[in-house]
Write a protein that binds this ligand. Structure first.
Ligand code: NDP
Length: 277
């Protein structure tokens, strides 16, 4: 389903792409092609594998040869942020960029990951008034903190393996609480798993004393064919749980809206991704 090409061939139809490394398994070309079909927009969306020392020249070449919009994925989001001259406020706070475009002679950057998470969760719960636990303090965690606060959550507590990294986040986001462990006196309405441990964790490393029967557990990590370790743990602990495939589709929709001015039907594309094993 996802396709991979290293060299752009044509500027007509308009060219878009995602850059990362590795990139062959990226779902972004499939998602953007599906959005384009919905909207009746002609485009090419490629997956470009970039060597770590070639990001700056890769971005420059892409736009110099007529490319119109670029998504950036691991491990380049921070480096892409550094390349941009103009950043949206949420991108500035995230310190990382996943959406680039060229406008009035300058490279512009946005970060749509947090908005993607909020949009996906909002399909299932209203975020307003929720007590939230954030597991992880890496790049993804940084990008979702402000959008969660903007959505009206009542409080956000961060627990990270390296606690100092959580305190570093608190310097940027003073409303963030930091705890050394999951198991303290609090039970949370929403638990967001934002570590990169993902599927490698076979033994649950999580403490179910943080849960109550209506807690929603959300794993940023996703797997289209089987439940992630975190989703399995949460469901076995009696909670509703979902993985981050919906967030991936929603962050792509934000980028699509930015580039094409059209809001895609994300539920339809998410359903196709889940059903296409
Ligand atoms: P980073 O490398 O920036 O951060 C990694 C985080 O995971 C750190 O907090 C790190 O803790 C923690 N960690 C790593 N290994 C372990 C472990 N064994 N036990 C406990 N904690 C661990 O990664 P990102 O923030 O960029 O990505 C995090 C996850 O989010 C990834 O799975 C990524 O695929 C997913 N993601 C999903 C998106 C979506 O659209 N669904 C979008 C963006 C990201 P420490 O500080 O101690 O090293």
């Amino acid at each position: 389903m996802p396709h991979h090409r290293t060299k752009p061939i044509t500027n007509n139809p308009p060219r878009y792409a995602v850059m990362g490394n590795p990139i062959a398994h990226s779902l972004s070309p499939y998602i953007h092609a599906a959005f384009a079909r919905q909207a009746g927009v002609q485009l090419i969306y490629e997956a470009l594998c970039i060597e770590p020392d070639s990001l700056a020249s890769g971005i420059a070449d892409f736009f110099a040869t007529g490319g119109l919009g670029l998504n950036i994925t691991a491990p380049f989001k921070e480096a892409a942020f550094a390349q941009a001259s103009v950043r949206t406020p949420r991108c500035q706070l995230a310190g990382a960029a996943n959406t680039l475009w060229w406008q009035a002679g300058q490279l512009h950057a946005d970060n749509t990951d947090g908005a993607g998470l909020v949009a996906d969760i909002s399909r299932h719960r209203t975020l307003k008034g929720l007590q939230v636990l954030l597991l992880g303090a890496g790049g993804a965690a940084r990008g979702i903190i402000e959008p969660l606060f903007e959505a009206g959550i009542a409080g956000l507590t961060c627990v990270n393996r390296t606690v100092q990294r959580a305190y570093d986040l608190q310097k940027t986001f003073p409303r963030l609480r930091v705890e050394k462990e999951m198991a303290h006196a609090m039970r949370y309405d929403l638990i967001v798993h934002a570590t990169s441990a993902g599927q490698n964790l076979t033994q649950p490393a999580w403490d179910s004393r943080c849960l109550h029967p209506l807690t929603l557990a959300y794993d940023l990590f996703y797997n289209r064919t089987q439940p992630t370790a975190f989703v399995r743990w949460a469901k076995e602990s009696g909670c509703e749980a979902m993985d981050g495939l919906g967030m991936l589709v929603e962050q792509a929709a934000e980028a699509f809206w930015r580039w094409h001015g059209v809001q895609p039907d994300t539920a339809a594309v998410l359903k196709q991704l889940r059903e296409c094993k």
